[in-house]
Design a protein around this ligand. Structure first.
Ligand SMILES: Cc1cc2nc3c(=O)[nH]c(=O)nc-3n(C[C@H](O)[C@H](O)[C@H](O)COP(=O)(O)O)c2cc1C
Length: 333
């Protein structure tokens, strides 16, 4: 790997600014090794979901019941199963194996449901060898009794508690659905986060018109989705000068990686493109980035970073209203 791509994220030295974000591709040792071979600078493992850990013993019990009719009898076939730690153990083994077999930093991701759960599982992931943590704040705030201040306050308390409990850097994967995002981002950093990941991608349920069931079908991202995080990276970069910023959503080419770095991201993450084309596609993204850098005569990625953000600092509206007007004016039928 060429030195031209060297990057830093969450205080970690990375060989490249491309990070594999959480997905099934980062959930097996085999594909993690292939991602590393293809040049990613770091990997973020799939989130450990507290509800999954807590719910898995129930699933097992259901399976046991189905197989043997009675839980008590069935349990005899599984005498050594520790129901409380089944899902957790499997996840921790992945973190341990990835941390010991990969030379790139392994970041563990967590989505908790209870305040105690966030802290407990964060510690377990770090003890298993994670070099950093990513808190996956994926939540649909649908309770009309909770104001935005209540929801955000609860998140800030969690971030502060997790950051106090572990001795590795913590990044927070944010939702774009926050009224005053710049304010909330600053508060999250104030609570102890060393980095922000923009943005969490919310999967919208659909309706099946035949069965009238709610269906959950995951669709991979499309190119245009890059623009939302791109704008916010550019807005936040001059405001949060010592915070690591990662861009995620819609990164499908080396040019997209270049755009993220230009806007001020420390690293650019990819999932959908790697799922579509396989882990080896990471090498293609980096080769395309290098070709683009050659054309623009950029010596290294440090030279790229922040060029657009600096421009935004002198004209903060460039990413706000001015762009809106320009987009409206650009429609030609
Ligand atoms: C199949 C799949 C599984 C994912 N699992 C997780 C996860 O466990 N935790 C998480 O924070 N994000 C998860 N994501 C979101 C991705 O990490 C990423 O942020 C999102 O897909 C946007 O990036 P992309 O446009 O490159 O796909 C998942 C995405 C996909 C497609």
């Amino acid at each position: 790997m060429t030195d031209r791509l060297r990057s830093r994220y969450l205080g970690l030295d990375l060989a490249s600014p491309l990070v594999a974000s959480p997905s099934p591709l980062t959930g097996s040792l085999d594909s993690l090794l292939r991602l590393e071979d293809a040049g990613v600078g770091a990997v973020v493992l799939p989130s450990l979901f507290e509800e999954e850990v807590e719910g898995e013993p129930l699933l097992l019990l259901e399976r046991m019941e189905a197989g043997a009719g009675v839980v008590g009898e069935a349990a005899e076939y599984f005498p050594d199963v520790d129901l409380d730690h089944l899902g957790l153990d499997r996840h921790l083994v992945l973190v341990q194996e990835a941390a010991s077999r990969l030379s790139v930093p392994v970041v563990a991701s967590l989505n908790g449901t209870s305040p105690g759960g966030w802290v407990r599982y964060a510690r377990e992931l770090v003890d298993a060898g994670a070099r950093a943590l990513e808190l996956n704040m994926y939540d649909v705030a649908a309770d009309p009794a909770r104001s935005s201040a209540d929801v955000e306050g609860a998140y800030l308390t969690l971030v502060a508690e997790v950051c106090r409990s572990v001795d590795v850097p913590v990044a927070v994967k944010l939702s774009p659905y926050v009224t005053s995002l710049a304010h909330f981002a600053r508060e999250v950093v104030g609570a102890g986060a060393a980095g922000l990941v923009l943005f969490n991608r919310f999967y919208q349920p659909d309706l099946d018109l035949v069965t009238l069931d709610v269906t959950a079908r995951l669709e991979l991202s499309r190119r245009g989705e890059l623009r939302l995080p791109l704008r916010w990276i550019a807005i936040l970069r001059p405001q949060l000068t010592s915070t690591s910023l990662a861009l995620t959503s819609g990164v499908a080419s080396g040019a997209d990686v270049a755009k993220g770095l230009l806007a001020g991201a420390d690293v650019v993450m990819s999932t959908s493109e790697l799922l579509r084309s396989g882990p080896g596609r990471a090498r293609g993204l980096l080769d395309e980035l290098l070709a683009w850098m050659d054309e623009g005569e950029y010596a290294d990625v440090d030279e790229l970073r922040g060029s657009v953000a600096q421009h935004a600092a002198s004209d903060p509206t460039a990413y706000e209203r001015a762009q809106y007007q320009r987009v409206l004016a650009s429609w030609h039928g």
